[in-house]
Structures are given as structure tokens and as C-alpha cells.
Design a protein around this ligand. Structure first.
Ligand SMILES: *Cc1c(COP(=O)(O)O)cnc(C)c1O
Length: 368
């Protein structure tokens, strides 16, 4: 009888359920033999990346021989100028997902807790368990982070609190006032990770800019990404902004060449195309309204979202509706694994993509 490797694995790894990504377009093509697929499942920008970013990738691909700049000097300088922070406060990651993992590896260990909200982004429990630490999940309030309850959950074992603003998949958000009151209540022995993956989409007046709070709260780490509004998810690049002391720790924990050269060049070029960013934001605002009106017409409830995605309540046969949408060539995201079994999360697409989705959904609801 041979040893089962499962029994050799760390307890944290044995206890976690792997991340379930949105279904890939080519997988659906293979399985159902259909084409013209509309993928609204991974919160990607339906416009794709800026032309400037594509040109930068093409130019950078002329020389793939050299290792990338592991320190990301030029990109961090540029980010530092735009964000008005020192480049030494910025750490680059292979997606902001890697930054979340570096934070967990740096600050968590067996015996420690990470606090997060119910329905919060699935990567937080993953990185926490991988580090051997415990997940403390705090019940949500009307789908949103209950910051008072999260502050009350802090014990001497707490090392990290994760807050996604806005949260994925719910699209809910916390205001500047709520966030500042929360940060004041958190002892400086606890690292607060403020995940701003959708920062550039949010228009609300009292939506906080985490980077502006860093001076007041040295235990705060803000994470952002080029995967969402910048449309560069395939290249895997994100970053954190924090105190120099925390940044130094993250840089010790990362691989020497964790962010490739194409991603660094594309990110710098994407930052120059501010017109593209505002066009993407405007398209998203129109798309949110279009989807909300579509859901209203179908008498479906949804959770108000400030991101580029919306969770809609389709009832207890959400999984069957998801499958029926797949057969019609529309990929959305089931969120039963977020304890939201009646909901589907749909990414805001182009006007045409949103129409295809709404028509397919109307069809399915009419015949089910
Ligand atoms: C998409 C997403 C991320 C990370 O994306 P990367 O591609 O790894 O940068 C992080 N947090 C939330 C809440 C997200 O939805």
C-alpha cells in the first residue's frame, strides 16, 4: 500500500477548496460545440486593453532573452508619481492575487487568525489556509461588510483583516467615514488589507481612496490591479501601496522576478491612456443601468453594485439557469460557493453582450 500524498500535505492545504474560475470560452466551445460565446464571468473589461498597452507589449516582445527588472524600477517610479507616494511604498505582484498571498505568508502562521466578511472574495480564505492560519468569517449586513462586527471579532490572535472595497462578488462598498472609523478601532498590531481591485470604476463621492489614508494608518495595505479596468488580466500584474516597512517585508517574500517584462511595459503604457480608462468607466455605468433595467423588467432582484459586475437573484434553480445560459453561449458565474446559492454574478459587458445575456435569461425564465 503506497502513501497517499494527501496525508503528507499541510493541514491548511488539506482543508481548502481550490478556487473555481469562470468557465473559459474555449472550454465551452469544446464541450458544447458552439461559437460566438459571450463571457461575462470574470469581471474583465469588455473593451480589452488600451491600444497603447498592446503596442507596448508588441515592442517589448522583441527581446525576451533577459530577465525582467525584478525591482520594477520604472513602473514603481511612475506609480509613485501618479499616486503621490514613494516608490519604496509600492510592491509589485503577479496579479494583486500574488500580493494577497505575500501578505498572508508574511503575517500569518498557524495559531493566527485572518478576519474577513461573509461573501468576501474567495482568495482571502485560500491564502489564509495556505499559510496555516484560521479563517474568521464575519456575517455580512445586507450583503455588505459589517465593519462594526469585524472590529468586534478582533482578538490577540488576529493578524490580518481583509476588506474588499467594493467587494467581489456583492459589489457593495464602504464609505470613507465608515472606513476611517473602522481603522481607528483597529489596533496597529493588525494589518488591514484594503483590496481596491475595482477602484477605478467607482464614481461615488464618499468612496475612499485608501492610498490617502496610509499616512494616518501605518498598518494599512492597499492593493490594486491592472486586471480589471485596464484590461490586462492575462499578463498578471497588480501592486500594493503601504508603509516602506511593510513593502520591504513583501519584497523579501516574493520571487526575484515575479512580474514579467511585458506586464511591466503594458502597465506603464496603460497608465498613460487616461481617455481609455474614462471610456471604460462610462461604458460600465451605462451597462450597469442597462442590466438593472433588464432585471427590473424580468422582476428579478439584484444587489446594487459599484463595480463592473452585478449579482442577480434568479431563485433556487440558479445552477440550472447557469447551465441553460451556457448552452445558449453565455457564461456567467454561479456564486453558491460564496453562500449565495440563489444568485448569479454577471460581469457588465458591451451593450450588445448585455443584450445577448438579457435575452437568453428572459428566454430561459419564460420556459422554466
Ligand atoms: C479580480 C480581483 C482581484 C485580483 O485580481 P488579479 O488579477 O490577481 O490582480 C483581487 N481582488 C478582488 C476583489 C478581485 O475581484
Amino acid at each position: 500500500m503506497s502513501t497517499n500524498p494527501f496525508d503528507l500535505a499541510n493541514a491548511g492545504i488539506r482543508n481548502l477548496s481550490p478556487y473555481v474560475p469562470g468557465k473559459a470560452v474555449d472550454a465551452l466551445e469544446r464541450e458544447y460545440g458552439i461559437t460566438n460565446i459571450v463571457k461575462l464571468a470574470s469581471n474583465e473589461n469588455p473593451l480589452g486593453p488600451s491600444k497603447l498597452a498592446k503596442a507596448a507589449v508588441a515592442a517589448a516582445s522583441a527581446d525576451l532573452t533577459r530577465y525582467p527588472d525584478g525591482a520594477g524600477f520604472r513602473l514603481k517610479s511612475k506609480l509613485g508619481q501618479v499616486l503621490k507616494v514613494s516608490a519604496d511604498q509600492i510592491a509589485l505582484g503577479n496579479g494583486s492575487n500574488e500580493i494577497l498571498e505575500l501578505l498572508a505568508r508574511t503575517f500569518l502562521a498557524p495559531g493566527y487568525d485572518a478576519i474577513m466578511s461573509e461573501h468576501a472574495f474567495a482568495v482571502y480564505p485560500l491564502v489564509t489556509l495556505t499559510a496555516g492560519a484560521n479563517v474568521v468569517s464575519v456575517p455580512a449586513r445586507q450583503w455588505a461588510h459589517d465593519l462594526d462586527a469585524m472590529a468586534d471579532a478582533i482578538t490577540e490572535k488576529t493578524r490580518i483583516i481583509f476588506i474588499a472595497n467594493p467587494n467581489n462578488p456583492t459589489g457593495t462598498w464602504v464609505s470613507r467615514g465608515e472606513l476611517r472609523a473602522f481603522l481607528k478601532a483597529v489596533p496597529d498590531t493588525v494589518i488591514v488589507v484594503l483590496d481596491e481591485a475595482y477602484f477605478e470604476y467607482v464614481d461615488q463621492e464618499n468612496y475612499p481612496d485608501g492610498v490617502k489614508l496610509l499616512g494616518e494608518f501605518p498598518n494599512l495595505v492597499v492593493t490594486r490591479t491592472f486586471s480589471k479596468i485596464y484590461g490586462l488580466a492575462a499578463l498578471r500584474i497588480g501592486y500594493s501601496v503601504s508603509s516602506e516597512a511593510i513593502t520591504d517585508l513583501l519584497n523579501r517574500a516574493r520571487q526575484p522576478f515575479n512580474v514579467n517584462s511585458l506586464a511591466q511595459e503594458a502597465a506603464m503604457a496603460a497608465m498613460d491612456d487616461t481617455e481609455y480608462v474614462s471610456r471604460s468607466r462610462n461604458l460600465n455605468n451605462l451597462g450597469v443601468t442597462q442590466l438593472e433595467e433588464g432585471f427590473d423588467a424580468l422582476n428579478l432582484n439584484y444587489i446594487g453594485s459599484v463595480g463592473n459586475f452585478i449579482c442577480v437573484n434568479v431563485g433556487s434553480n440558479a445552477m440550472a439557469i447557469y447551465e441553460s445560459l451556457l448552452k445558449k453561449g453565455v457564461i456567467v458565474r454561479p456564486v453558491a460557493n460564496y453562500n449565495m446559492p440563489d444568485y448569479l454574478r454577471v460581469t457588465v459587458g458591451t451593450e450588445a453582450e448585455n443584450n445577448v445575456f438579457l435575452a437568453a435569461l428572459a428566454d430561459i425564465l419564460a420556459t422554466s
